[in-house]
Design a protein. Sequence first.
Length: 256
Amino acid sequence: MNPGLTFAIFNDVPSSSPQFEAIQALEDQKVIKGYDDKTFKPDKLISRAEFLKMVFNHIGYKPTTTLAETDFTDVPKDSWFSPYVLKALELGSISFDPDLPKFFPDQSLTKIEALKILMPLEGIPAPYITDKTTIIFPDISDRSAYRYLVIAAQKSGVYIDSKDGKFYPFKNLTRGEAAELIYYAELYRENGPTASNSNLTSKEKAFINSAKFPILVDVWGKINTSYYDKENVDQDELLYGALGGMVESLGDPYSV
């Protein structure tokens, strides 16, 4: 987006809005669109289905079919969101519970739920490990089950500032806030990590930011969700196999 262009595309998102840059950037990329009355309704709660589509649009996923069947009883195979739900299942971004076989596509989602979907799809590391990072948000306890997601958001800058400095993990997400989180994820990918991985070379960053990188994630997700013997898949062997394929593609038997 050209920073010199400050006119508003949406009537309800003036250039003075703190969400203007994010919404404008995503609209420029055709990731989002507004309503027929030329509004975006940034304060309207975003649904689970809408958020999935927004994230997948941003990472470049384009459904190859309009019919996608899942085991969710509230996701008709001919619904506009069924391909995105199926893809999210394949990648492990959402899970299926046979005891409660519903996706709740029209239900809103919390900030934590959104980050759990967004981060792996955008390539933001959120390892579920003990981390001694000091959390800057006063409403997040060190004993929180979702602490790892908050740390990942803090390190990557994928969070929304609040006047009182709180994180508000269970606040339902609005359309404007969803655009902010996705835009911040984009900035993270463009600028690279700010801490432990800041020594990545330009080629390494280009590899991660490649439009084909999601294909690697896609294949990995399908193996772990659809392979008949997925419970016995050795993750280390998958990694070494991918590395071996890279070396083999060089056609140089002396490469190691």
